[in-house]
Design a protein around this ligand. Sequence first.
Ligand code: ATP
Ligand code: MG
Length: 251
Amino acid sequence: MNLLKLSKINKSFDKNQVLKDVSISLNKGEVISIIGPSGSGKSTLLRCITGLEQMDSGLIEFNDITIAAATKKIVNTEAVNAHKKIGMVFQNFNLFPHKTVLENIIEAPIIVNNINKKDAINIARKLLTKVELLDKIDSYPCTLSGGQKQRIAIARALAMNPELILFDEPTSALDPKLTGEVLKVIRNLALEKISLVVVTHEMQFAREISDRIIFMENGEILETSTPELLFTNPKHPRIKQFLAYTPHNIL
Ligand SMILES: Nc1ncnc2c1ncn2[C@@H]1O[C@H](COP(=O)(O)OP(=O)(O)OP(=O)(O)O)[C@@H](O)[C@H]1O
Ligand SMILES: [Mg+2]
């Protein structure tokens, strides 16, 4: 059974069609990276999965439950519960600036999952230990580095006990040193067999952690392949060209 199944997703902004018949299936425990040039529709695709964007046609299923369909919002309990199992980590962290690290992490578990505060704090402490930031538990986001903020954002996503985490260029706002510490945390999630969809420009990282890599351009999937094949022998000439001009490429 697929954990996530996208079937023929189409999405336009006015006359600009940014997703064209995009279909993707992801199995439980699988790590997929999505790469491709700027403007190819990667973020829009993730936003359709989380319900932040409404698609024009197509179907999104999670654990065989329809969570998004063309033009109508799915609001039944099953779909709402399914959405709670999908975490998202953004390029710009999106932490609540007026809340401490602890408050950022416990808010959704308490409000959305009805977990009591004491348990939520215990979970937060464990997760902060995992991302090596327990000492920042009472800090405010503005006092943290970009890499620390992103690790807090990952801890916050994990606090909802997700079955799938979507990452939208989690390191592109960070300098190389801070990038490494965030990639380490994501790499560990992949090793723990948490299902991940990672939009990234970090080619070496994508190659290392992914079971499959999807290359998107102009709203279309041009190729889905194993990292080995995509990087050593891409079928599509556009991918060869893209990899040759992308920093950190390893061709
Ligand atoms: N809210 C919006 N309104 C109008 N157009 C939009 C909107 N969001 C995205 N677009 C357009 O959709 C296209 C795809 O954008 P998207 O952000 O999904 O690309 P991307 O692959 O994530 O690019 P990047 O690598 O730069 O993040 C672009 O042409 C963009 O201008
Ligand atoms: Mg994007």
